[in-house]
Ligand binder design. Structure first.
Ligand SMILES: [Zn+2]
Length: 253
């Protein structure tokens, strides 16, 4: 990996690093992304439409199909990979400001990261859309496996879904505010495995740069923020990210 010399020299002094991750960091764990060549929405454009909250609430067949997809999701057999582990190392070394993720797979926490801001929620929990009750997703999927094809809330009978942000649902403002604060107060911002096309996540890059941080984009394809990045890394995340983190954790020369 070739970085501009000034940036490479600055990495060991970066003391408050904010990271934004997208689906690209989890593909090495066997979880398909959305917009890549083999992405879920590239292969099935209607899937994005089925993911709206309106369709989910109004159509029981959409809910039944979505429960089957949750049951069969790759996350249940997935393990964190070298990219996830590198970011956990960064946090253990006291250099991470926040780890903002668009991913709902829980792999950052399983890799040992704690300062995680899951701006699109988590699929490891179910949430009742009527009363807000949170339940571990495996418990609900056990009901699906036992024959309930659209398991209602055990407290109020309401419709349940994964505790994720669907199209048409508002983001959690507290989580978003924390992500913006982390972008504005970092000295290095890493955008990893995200196409940077979904707002407001993508806009965090601009917040960071406008507040003086250096931006490094690690992504296989071009992003709209490449022109304002101090460096763009196209190498595979599984090798590039551990290398970047090693450069940050190296003693200053
Ligand atoms: Zn409920």
């Amino acid at each position: 990996m070739e970085l501009p010399a000034a940036l490479a020299a600055a990495l060991p002094r970066a003391s408050a690093i904010t990271v934004l991750t997208g689906a690209g960091i989890s593909t090495d764990s066997g979880i398909p992304d959305f917009r890549g060549a083999e992405g879920l929405w590239t292969r099935d454009p209607n899937a994005a439409e089925r993911a709206t909250i309106g369709a989910y609430l109004s159509d029981p067949e959409v809910r039944r199909e979505t429960w089957r997809m949750r049951r069969d999701h790759a996350v249940w057999g997935a393990e964190p990979n070298a990219g996830h582990r590198a970011l956990a190392d960064l946090e253990r070394a006291g250099r991470l400001r926040a780890l903002v993720t668009q991913n709902i797979d829980g792999l950052h926490r399983r890799a040992g990261s704690a300062a995680v801001l899951e701006i699109h929620g988590t699929m490891l929990e179910a949430e009742c859309l009527a009363c807000g009750l949170r339940t571990p997703m495996p418990d609900v999927l056990a009901r699906v496996a036992a024959g309930e094809d659209d398991p209602p809330c055990p407290e109020c009978g309401g419709v349940q879904k994964a505790a994720t942000i669907s199209f048409g649902q508002a983001l959690d403002q507290d989580v978003l505010d924390a992500a913006v604060r982390a972008a504005r107060s970092c000295d290095l911002f890493l955008a990893v495995g995200t196409s940077l096309t979904v707002q407001p996540a993508a806009g965090l890059c601009l917040e960071a740069v406008e507040h003086g941080a250096a931006l490094i984009v690690v992504n296989a394809a071009e992003t709209p923020y490449d022109p304002i990045a101090a460096a763009v890394v196209r190498e595979p995340i599984g090798t590039a990210l551990p290398e970047l983190v090693a450069a940050v954790l190296a003693p200053p020369s």
